[in-house]
Write a protein that binds this ligand. Structure first.
Ligand code: ADP
Ligand code: MG
Length: 661
């Protein structure tokens, strides 16, 4: 009965593998094509201990990169456990590197910012192993390799031999069925070199497939099979000792797993990316600080500018409310060219009232006059105006009624009292309606009392006044007066205050032939002021947004620098099984972290500056949406400007990255 191993495909089978470099436009122009491997046929079975020996430049490393799935052949076929590796996707190749192979390099290739244990854990991170399990396995491996007490040290605190043992532990982290060791003793003293070789022997005896690359024949002689490479060709092969190898080989991997592999869970991966991101930020404190500053200033200034803009707007709106938003004043005035002031005639006022943009037209005569009731007498401001007065001033009656236009035309002697005037002439609970007041020398009947208006912006308090019909006032009190003191004209709506003024001016110019009148329009002035301010706020907001953009470019700059500085780290992560998206996520997380922290600090700084401004008396109104908007802008900036460098990192070729600085 044949054993299953005899029918199983070889672990590694290369057929006429060629590797060419150059030939197409690359970076700095066209490079001549060179063939480095000239048709390699090679079969390695599970459990073998193979040494590939050859002079420097003979193509050993190139061959190893192809075997380990770090690089692909230009021509020929590579079957791993019967599966054509050429058909593997990038993620499946990452799976192969992570689950099947363990790399040991001449230069150790440890991540300099991570501790020994963290370096060993890297392949398990990308395999999605839980944190606790990872740490205990890494610790156990390091202790087994004689590194107890060195577990939390960083590579630069370890000797070369110790670093190489860390990298062997890393190669074993996910099982390391096939150890690919490229000149593992090349940089070591003979003592450390012997220790590393002893370790490889142990692994081979334990059933790992070990492929050892060396230019040292003595080292090579320790393997069970010797393959000699010269100028990209195999010139000697001592032959496999398959029976021996097969007997002790570790059970085979299920390569079909590669296709099903989902890798690390999103959460675990994110935690790991955050951890490395935080470490990176700590290690580059001043650079991180400056980048943060850019974002903080951007976010804070957007928030403060918008808050000031809103505060100013609200203050103007409040002022417009107290003044009456649509009120204009029309008076007679001598023209600039000289001459008497033009009288404003009742016909003028009737014509103005016809204009579509005009609401009310209310002529006013007012003066302090002696008013008597019984034995009480008092100087009171007597306000003679049309029946529009309550509507113009948005004022209600507390008692009785206001006079009508008909009563005004009939010169009816009626009076409405202000709140204080009533209290003065009719103290206590006396009902004033129907009583007669003597204004000047004429009796007027009280028909109403106005609601209390309270403190107002006017010089005289309206509450102290009494109100009489315009025509009755002219006929009975202000006989000397031929035209109103002034006329209150309202625009039909807040939006029309300026068009109403213009229409009125045009009409009066046409009627009078010269500008012998004056219009004052406080509402329009406030509106113009509000508009200037909101334009200013827009401008400042724009400047703030630009500074946010500059902050974003700062993030991109820093990320590009980070990617360049950490090219080798990226290569190491890829060689130990990171997929493109793991790398992308890691660098994107770093960019996002900067902008999240910067955005949060920026919101806090904005609130602080705003609070200081409030203390200073500047009108500031914070809006949650402005804060959320600025924060989201910062985060979006990080995402957009962080994406490019992160993608650059993820697209690096693992072999090129490993060779990088
Ligand atoms: P070894 O590991 O045996 O010293 P390598 O496999 O590193 O040799 O290199 C084999 C040959 O391929 C060398 O001549 C080297 O210059 C060339 N080579 C390696 N990598 C590249 C590359 N990326 N571009 C061009 N030539 C390369
Ligand atoms: Mg080499």
């Amino acid at each position: 009965m044949p054993s299953p191993r005899q029918v199983a495909p070889p672990l590694i089978a290369l057929q006429d593998v060629r590797k060419r470099y150059g030939g197409q436009a690359q970076g700095d122009g066209q490079q001549p094509e060179v063939e480095v491997l000239h048709g390699i046929d090679l079969r390695i079975d599970a459990g073998e201990f193979v040494a590939i020996v050859g002079a420097s430049g003979s193509g050993k490393s190139t061959l190893m990169h192809i075997l380990g799935g770090l690089d692909t052949a230009s021509e020929g076929s590579y079957h791993f456990d019967g599966h054509d590796v050429a058909a593997f996707s990038a993620d499946q190749l990452a799976w192969l590197r992570r689950e099947a192979f363990g790399f040991v390099f001449q230069g150790y290739h440890l991540i300099p910012t991570e501790s020994a244990r963290e370096n060993v854990e890297v392949p398990a991170v990308y395999a999605g192993a839980p944190q606790g399990e990872r740490a205990s396995r890494a610790t156990a491996l390091l202790e087994r390799l004689g590194l107890e007490g060195k577990i939390d040290l960083r590579p630069n605190q370890l000797s070369g031999g110790q670093q190489q043992r860390v990298s062997i532990a890393r190669a074993l982290m996910n099982g390391g069925r096939i150890i690919l060791a490229d000149e593992p003793t090349g940089a070591l003293d003979s003592q450390s070199g012997a220790e590393v070789m002893a370790l490889l022997h142990e692994l081979a005896d334990a059933g790992h497939t070990v492929i050892l690359i060396t230019h040292d024949r003595e080292v090579a002689a320790q393997a069970h099979r010797l393959i000699e490479l010269r100028d990209g060709r195999i010139v000697h092969d001592s032959g496999a000792r398959n029976a021996l190898a097969a007997a002790r080989a570790l059970p085979a991997l299920d390569v079909a797993e590669a296709g099903r592999d989902r890798g690390a869970s999103f959460g675990g991966n994110l935690r790991e990316a955050l951890r490395t991101a935080l470490r990176g930020m700590r290690l580059n404190r001043s650079r991180t600080g400056l980048t943060l500053l850019g974002i903080v200033i951007g976010v804070a200034s957007v928030i403060v500018m918008l808050a000031i803009g809103e505060g100013t707007k609200q203050r103007v709106v409040a002022q417009m409310g107290t003044l009456g938003t649509t009120i204009m004043y029309l008076g007679a005035r001598g023209p600039a060219s000289g001459g008497p002031p033009g009288p404003i005639t009742p016909e003028d006022l009737a014509a103005i009232a016809e204009l579509p943009a005009i609401g009310h037209v209310m002529p006013v005569i007012g003066d302090p006059i002696t008013v008597r009731y019984g034995r009480a007498d008092r100087e009171v401001y007597v306000f003679a105006a049309s029946q529009d007065m309550p509507a113009v001033h948005h004022w209600k009656l507390a008692l009785g009624r206001y006079y009508s236009d008909a009563e005004d035309r009939d010169l009816a002697p009626l009076v409405v009292l202000g709140h204080n005037a009533r209290a003065h002439f009719f103290p206590g609970r006396i009902n004033p309606l129907g009583r007669q007041l003597l204004i000047g020398n004429s009796p007027f009947e009280v028909i109403g009392v106005m609601a209390e208006r309270g403190s107002d912006s006017g010089a005289e308090s309206y509450d102290d006044m009494v109100f009489i019909p315009y025509r009755a006032g002219r006929a009975r009190v202000y006989q000397a007066q031929t035209q109103p003191d002034y006329t209150v004209v309202t625009a039909a709506s807040v939006a029309q205050v300026r068009s109403a003024e213009a229409a009125m001016r045009t009409l009066l110019l046409a009627r009078h032939g010269r500008e012998d009148f004056a219009i004052s329009n406080p509402a329009a002035k406030l509106q113009a002021e509000a508009e200037t301010r909101s334009a200013m706020t827009m401008m400042l907001g724009l400047v703030a947004a630009v500074s946010l953009l500059v902050g974003g470019i700062g993030v991109m700059n820093v990320m590009l620098m980070t990617v360049r500085e950490r090219t080798r780290e990226i290569g190491i992560r890829m060689a130990t099984g990171a997929r493109h998206r793991d790398i992308l996520r890691q660098f994107l997380t770093e960019a996002m972290l900067v902008t999240w922290v910067g955005g949060t600090l920026g919101v806090l700084a904005g609130l602080l500056v705003g609070a200081a401004l409030i203390a200073w008396g500047v009108p500031v109104i914070f809006s949650v949406s402005a804060m959320a908007g600025a924060f989201m802008c910062a985060v979006a900036t990080g995402l957009i400007f962080g994406y490019m460098p992160a993608r650059t990192a993820a697209r690096l070729d693992p072999v090129v990255a490993l060779a990088g600085q």
